[in-house]
Write a protein that binds this ligand. Sequence first.
Ligand code: BGC
Length: 434
Amino acid sequence: MTAKKIIEQTCGLYRVDLSSVKKIAAEFNGELDRALAGEKSSLQIIPSFLSAPSGQEKGRYIAVDFGGSNLRVMLVELRGQGCYEIIKLVSQPLKDPQGRYDYTTADTSGHEVFAFVADLVSEIWAEASSCKLGLTFSYPMLQNSICSARLLRWTKELKPRQTEGRDIGQMLSKALIDIGIDIKPAAIINDTVGVFMAGCYHDSAVCAGSICGTGYNNCLLEPGRMTASEQVMIVNTEAGNFSSLPFNYYDQILDQATDDPGQQKMEKMVSGKYLGELMRITLRDLGEKGYLPGYDRSERIWNQPYSLPTEVLSWLQSKRSEEIEQFAYWIEVNGFYTNQDGLAWLNLISAAILERAMILIAATYTAILERNRQLNNEKQVIAVDGALFKYMPGFLTGIESILRSELPDRSVALMYTSDGSNVGAAVAAAMTER
Ligand code: BGC
């Protein structure tokens, strides 16, 4: 078989037909219904105990963002009408690039990781000691109230020990008290809830929030069936765990090597943590079969998991000279001296991986928008954030155009909303003052 045929077949493994969007959306909604009914489901309906903000929330708040590779603490001033200012921001990576510390592994205890968070809060405390604190915590957690939540499990390959099942708010406030800071989080929210809050603070048409960065997830408005009231509440679905999706050969290889095989299936097919790795595994297989010009199995990139960052896919998709140069540099540093054919294969494979991600995400958004139809909104906006939306050329617009063709009778839009994890946490903390 010719190399071209093999590449076509490989790309075919990532093909999800646009005609299956409705079917996937129906399965997603079925899983949500099962979660609501308390039946077995790969999705969850985790109440946030928050409804949509009014946009008039005001005041200064401490926002802590614990969920990506960088830990961030901010002092945020909300000014109402969707306006805000970040007065101060301090940030530290959870894993030091120079290798001096790493809070992501099982060698770290929960106590140590929350002490690290508390130290960062202490850096802004002098200016913030009269402010309430909102915590964005972007891992599956079960909320009992707006300010108390238990960690269900880690995702995104994080694994500090002695944490699962424990109260996140208590772990943080204990670490703060240990260094003389007497404050408890007023609100604990998932990052998708944060992006919803920040988006809705600007535009009341926001009916859902979604992140596609290191991880993937979304939240939506659902009548508060888990409480006595019928109030509409924002709920976190943990959509990254959606499992009614066909895994191909490479998805299986990737999944088996993760910390949580069989879990976070959708996240492993669409998010920034995994897309680069999927591409690496696919290319390595082609190289081993002799179809990748310039492949040298002794190079580090083919032996070291996660050594092909998802950024590479965005450089490949970009037409900007700066990114094309970054890609050329990356190729050289990694000793991957391929030729024109090899570059063409890389382009085709990255496009196939990304297109699948966009179609799957669009299917889950279609499900949410169908579900929200009952809320009778004229215009429906999903607030989105995360590196894929920010940096991947054509990602946001591609998903939006699938949505528009799936729901032609509706006015739907995606709104890129940065600062969800900080403004959102501040707005949530402000809502506790009502
Ligand atoms: C987590 C979610 C989070 C998402 C985006 C997933 O791995 O389980 O809680 O919202 O990543 O950060």
